[in-house]
Write a protein that binds this ligand. Structure first.
Ligand code: DGL
Length: 289
């Protein structure tokens, strides 16, 4: 089983593509609805909550966990991979959904720093729209600059967009908000049109049309769920030990730290099919280790 983690609903947009791309694979999805949103939390808090969730998914029998949350990936992934996993779960792996996006932008492999054959890096200016915490972490520009120093990244925190998407604000209000964020980014970029844009929050695919309408027609929107699904399929090809047994049939268990009925009620908008969450006992951030 592969664990998929998000602060709440957003990771379901990624899971939807994962189940389409890897239909034989079994997944366990964990949404930390009790502590969402993460986008405005302090980094230490996000690290503790993400670690607690990953431990839970390991206890469920997952040896591979994907952080399908850009905020958790940006804040916690490197630290977890370097400081925690080797001592505490050396046979397990944690991946993050922002890694394939950095690879897609730079055409450089995260694993070995070598160019990915047959891929071309973006050039010029790249726009990243994300939560406040992801933007404040600086993870996207940092990881891009390490691999493609000439590629420029301009980031925009979309402060209240997750809440507005979850609150089912009317389409016109969502468009107005997104247009405002795009205008702020364009002003920060001195009016230069980005060649590509990353919707660096797993909630944002629900308003991809709003971004497409507000961005210049020449700006390409990168499809994070699809890129992440391709990348996981490639990872599983190279690491067969994380694949389920060939006899296994695909399927998903949906777990939430929040109220299962409430979480299930909104989830189909993100997953594209009915979802029935099971509740798990709430967990507190474990604090520094
Ligand atoms: N879905 C999360 C992400 O990809 C953010 C949602 C939240 O703020 O909890 O960044």
């Amino acid at each position: 089983m592969i664990g998929v983690f998000d602060s709440g609903h957003g990771g379901l947009t990624v899971l939807r593509q994962l189940t389409a791309r890897l239909p034989q694979q079994q997944f366990v999805y964990l949404g930390d609805h009790a502590h969402a949103p993460y986008g405005r939390r302090a980094p230490e808090d996000i690290y503790g909550l993400t670690l607690a969730a990953v431990e839970r998914l390991f206890l469920q029998g997952c040896r591979l966990v994907l952080l399908a949350c850009n905020t958790a990936s940006a804040v916690a992934l490197r630290r977890m991979q370097q400081d925690w996993l080797p001592q505490n779960a050396p046979n397990h792996r944690v991946l993050g959904c922002f890694v394939p996006m950095v690879e897609a932008l730079t055409a450089v492999s995260w694993r070995d720093g070598l160019p990915v054959p047959g891929r071309r890096a973006e050039d010029g200016l790249v726009a990243v729209f994300a939560t406040q915490r992801t933007v404040a972490s600086g993870a996207y520009p940092l990881e891009v600059s390490l691999r493609a120093p000439r590629l420029r990244v301009v980031s925009q925190a979309c402060r209240n967009l997750v809440a507005a998407i979850e609150g089912q604000e009317p389409a016109a209000r969502l468009q107005e908000m997104v247009s405002g964020y795009v205008a702020e980014l364009m002003a920060a970029a001195g009016g230069e049109a980005p060649t590509a844009a990353v919707l660096g929050c797993t909630h944002y695919p629900l308003v991809a049309d709003c971004f497409a309408a507000a961005l210049p027609a020449t700006t390409r929107l990168l499809d994070q769920p699809r890129i992440v699904a391709e990348s996981l399929a490639d990872y599983l090809d190279r690491h067969g030990r994380f694949l389920g047994a060939p006899s296994e049939r695909g399927g998903v268990r949906f777990l939430t730290s929040g109220d299962p009925d409430q979480a299930s009620a909104f989830a189909s908008r993100f997953f594209g099919a009915p979802v029935a969450f099971e509740g798990i006992a709430d967990h507190e951030p474990p604090g520094p280790r």
